[in-house]
Design a protein around this ligand. Structure first.
Ligand code: ADP
Ligand code: ZN
Length: 714
């Protein structure tokens, strides 16, 4: 009997193990998908291992594999090992790791997304033909093969030749036609700091380089030069950017240098597009990939260099299902491929910087901007602004500076990290705040469609004007991007505005379209949430205004100072990237906080020292490793289980914080404990045991495990 161990498509932790099926002569191979019967249902499963002619006996009946879905294995040994490694280290099911890794068209679950095929023709047999038929046939021989649709268009005789059996019709995977991309000659001569960086990336004795370069220091140029050298060795290159809004700019620069050798991979592509890009890397047609988080899973065969641009960015971590961090995956894959890794940022994560200072990574710095000095940054104290009875949205100073910039025909970026119109609606009679009916979260007024939205669970309700309890009038407080847009339009009726936030970028390619319009100076002011704060490089922007610059400090999260410093520094870096000096105005209430003061001076090193002291005292990463376990239930049972697990872990000498009751989401209560350890391996092993125990215990409580959580929000 031939046996195959398979992972079933279902992402339920209870099924996170292999199941054995038998087969006879079918072409079952490791890494292929098969159809099997599981629990009286047909399911897709991944073949994990095979045993031919097994003499094993089982106390139960071994069911047969119903059919084999793939002609070629879609996963190689590296990918299967990687899925298991992710499952073990980020404590998630193997199938959820596989689902994160392969493009949607190949996902175990989605065997109904058909890979698009199209008909092609090629010459088959030399029957006797009329001269006209022969001419047509000659043409086909010359082409080798043709799309059938084009072949039929050639002549009315095409069909006849098919009927005579002169041509063979066959199927090929559909490929979208690609335009030839012209390479642009590169006239840039690297400066000394950049040259040094490229040299270290290629020749350091360490495999990982922490590249710390201020915004506008020409890091991207460094990537392109290092990439070129690695491609020349015949090896592959991966360039990761944190957000989909940054892909168009990076893609453009990489394509200008390397033409059609570039594959693009991000969540904005259709299933078919993703599949084609994936295949083009697997088939070694393309050797450079530019993409977001999930591009870290592209099927490379000889990866030589991985670059994480803005490595500190939180978007590199997937925050649901399989909570992997692209940086960890990149480091792991680099080991397998003997590739080099560049972790680049103007504001490196504390974890990366700490490792660089410990000489685990090599630290390379670029301290100067390419053409000009850093922008001039100034704080505006909003307490005083309000005392002077100016607007709490835009201070007089901000307005004056905006006017001057517009008069000079230069552009402005306004950052406000809060979407919607007004974040809080309160009853003027009873004082109650209007909450989401399913979550412990205030509803946000969205004026465009006159709705009340929950930003946690996505509930959208029709706007009401009276308190549902006492019928008092509702009044709003605070402001989001929609209100800011309204205010700016009133103040500057002639200025052209673009708003960019989660609500204006739902449509496909919206990011690209909006940014392109701003780049072409079709708008004077770009306003939006953090998605406009990083990586953007617009020469004509000379004023960046940041509103509520200290809002994030109010969060209870241990990383809130780091997030604030990053946001302010990154956003400031958008100003003055051309030949004119830039200005940055930051409106804050708490101007004395060290995160604000260090951002004001653009002083990463002081910030790092300050923040590391705090982390050391409080026992937070990078001094320890953390794991957050959230127990979710409709009733109190989550709390009981959390307390039980906490006791077990404390008995094993782990430091455990909790149990804290978090905000309710979608009618479910959430209880969290936080486990700390000096040893990541020990922590992973222990939490994996908790997970194994929980998943086989038939408990009704849901358990979310977040290893190395980036935020500990409530
Ligand atoms: P970063 O990625 O560090 O923010 P970029 O690589 O985007 O910086 O560089 C900023 C600008 O400077 C870009 O327009 C780039 O073309 C230009 N640039 C980079 N290096 C040089 C150089 N050595 N000489 C001239 N211009 C350069
Ligand atoms: Zn809600």
């Amino acid at each position: 009997m031939n046996l195959a161990s398979c992972y079933i498509e279902n992402n339920t932790s209870a099924l996170d193990q292999t199941y054995t099926y038998q087969f006879k002569n079918e072409p079952v191979e490791i890494g292929k998908r098969v159809l099997v019967n599981f629990n009286y249902r047909e399911c897709v499963a991944f073949v994990d291992s095979i045993e031919m002619n097994s003499s094993k006996t089982f106390p139960y009946e071994i069911k047969p594999i119903l059919s084999v879905l793939d002609e070629q294995p879609i996963l190689n040994a590296e990918m299967i090992d990687l899925a298991k490694w992710i499952s073990k280290t980020s404590i998630s099911t193997v199938i959820s790791a596989l689902q994160a890794m392969v493009p949607p068209a190949l996902k175990p679950k989605s065997n109904d997304i058909k890979i698009k095929m199209e008909k092609w023709v090629r010459p088959l047999d030399d029957h006797t033909k009329t001269p006209k038929q022969a001419m047509l046939y000659e043409r086909l021989i010359k082409e080798g093969e043709m799309k059938r649709s084009e072949w039929l268009k050639l002549s009315s005789l095409s069909k006849k030749l098919e009927e005579m059996g002169c041509v063979e019709i066959f199927e090929k995977e559909k490929r979208t036609y690609e335009e030839v991309i012209e390479k642009k000659p590169c006239h840039i001569v690297l400066n000394e700091e950049q040259k040094h960086a490229v040299e270290r990336i290629l020749h350091s004795s360490k495999d990982v380089i922490a590249l710390k370069g201020v915004t506008g220091s020409g890091k991207t140029e460094v990537y392109l030069h290092a990439a070129e050298a690695v491609l020349k060795q015949g090896r592959e290159v991966l360039i990761l950017v944190p957000e989909i809004s940054l892909t168009p700019l990076m893609v453009k620069r990489v394509q200008e240098r390397f033409g059609n050798d570039v594959a693009i991979y991000h969540s904005g592509l259709s299933a078919q597009q993703k599949y084609e890009q994936y295949q083009s890397v697997r088939g070694k047609e393309k050797r450079i990939v530019v993409g977001t988080r999930s591009a870290v899973f592209m099927p490379f065969s000889d990866l030589g260099l991985i670059i994480l641009d803005e490595e500190h960015d939180l978007s590199y971590k997937q925050d649901q299902n399989c909570r992997y961090h692209a940086r960890d995956v990149a480091l792991h894959r680099a080991k397998t491929h003997h590739a080099r890794v560049v972790l680049a940022s103007a504001t490196p994560s504390l974890d990366t910087m700490a490792r660089a200072l410990k000489k685990v990574y090599e630290l390379v710095e670029i301290k100067h901007r390419v053409n000009q000095s850093l922008p001039h940054v100034k704080l505006i104290n909003m307490n005083e602004v309000i005392r002077k009875k100016q607007s709490y949205i835009l201070s007089d100073e901000m307005i004056t500076e905006m006017r001057k910039t517009l008069d000079r025909k230069q552009q402005i970026i306004l950052l406000l990290n809060r979407r919607g119109y007004q974040p809080i609606l309160r009853c003027s009679q009873c004082g109650k705040v209007l909450m989401c009916p399913h979550c412990d979260k205030p509803l946000v007024l969205h004026k465009e469609k006159n709705t009340l939205n929950c930003h946690l669970c996505g509930t959208v309700l029709k706007r009401i004007y009276e308190c549902p309890q006492c019928h008092g009038k509702l009044s709003g407080s605070g402001f989001g991007t929609q209100m800011l847009e309204e205010k700016v339009a009133q103040l500057f009726p002639d200025a052209r505005l673009i708003r960019m936030d989660a609500d204006t970028t739902t449509r496909k390619n919206a990011h690209e379209t909006l940014l392109k319009a701003f780049e072409n100076h079709e708008a004077d002011i770009l306003l939006g949430t953090q998605m406009i704060s990083k990586g953007l490089d617009f020469e004509n922007v000379t004023l960046v205004g940041i509103l509520q610059g200290d809002a994030m400090l109010a969060r209870s999260d241990y990383r809130s100072a780091e997030l604030t410093f990053d946001l302010l520094t990154q956003a400031s870096g958008r100003s003055g990237r051309g030949n004119t000096n830039g200005k940055v105005l930051i409106q804050v209430y708490d101007e004395d906080h060290y995160a604000i003061q260090c951002a004001l001076k653009q002083d990463y090193d002081s910030f790092f020292r300050h923040e590391m002291q705090y982390r050391h005292l409080a026992g937070y990463p990078p001094y320890t490793y953390l794991c957050a376990l959230t127990f979710i239930s409709k009733d109190e049972s989550g709390s009981d289980e959390a307390n039980h697990v906490m006791k077990l872990l404390k008995e094993k000498d782990f430091k455990v914080l909790g149990v804290s009751e978090l905000l309710k989401i979608q009618d479910e209560k959430r209880y969290r404990i936080c486990v700390k350890s000096k040893s990541l391996e020990l922590l992973q092993k222990e939490i994996y045991d908790v997970y194994q125990h929980h998943r086989t215990s038939k408990s009704r409580v849901k358990l979310h495990i977040d290893m190395n959580p980036l935020t500990l929000d409530d």
